[in-house]
Design a binder for this molecule. Structure first.
Ligand code: HEM
Length: 129
């Protein structure tokens, strides 16, 4: 039996909320208390949450079919940007300024993804009404 669309959407949105809370918390720790990032759960839980996020997203997109392709592809592209910028902010940047820039850009990418989800247009908040 297939899961209910509304239930999977709730799971998707819940994993989105947990994902951004974990990301901002890890960034705050990176800046103020880097030692806390060494905890085992901090290395594992975000990957589990992001896997649930992506799996639910792909299932929803598959259910919607080709009509949703333009904005779904825009979300996938922006999700990749969010992941890369997030990893620069948390790990790869060598300076505090580089980390802060990457973190701000990741938050912008996240906001764009939410606006695409709500408008169902790759233009996001700039979509013509
Ligand atoms: C950080 C990444 C993501 C965020 C922040 C996000 C955010 C959201 C939000 C807030 C909704 C609910 C929209 C509403 O209430 O109408 C939603 C729904 C949805 N998202 Fe995502 N999403 C993300 C990643 C993805 C990806 C990568 C895909 C595509 C593979 C995707 C596909 C969908 C689909 C198909 C829906 C259901 C649309 C509907 O039926 O209304 N999402 N997303």
């Amino acid at each position: 039996m297939l899961p209910d669309y509304a239930d999977v959407k709730t799971l998707h949105v819940a994993s989105v909320v947990v994902s951004i809370v974990l990301f901002t918390t890890r960034y705050a720790w990176r800046v103020r208390a880097p030692g806390r990032l060494a905890a085992r759960w901090v290395k594992v839980v975000p990957h589990v949450v992001d896997t649930v996020l992506l799996a639910s997203a792909l299932w929803l997109a598959w259910q919607l079919g080709r009509g949703a392709l333009p904005w779904v592809l825009a979300k996938v592209a922006a999700l990749l940007a969010y992941i890369v910028l997030g990893s620069i902010a948390l790990k790869r940047a060598r300076t505090a300024r580089g980390r802060a820039l990457a973190f701000s850009a990741a938050i912008l990418a996240f906001a764009y993804i939410v606006s695409v989800a709500l408008t169902k247009s790759a233009w996001g908040v700039f979509a013509p009404r």
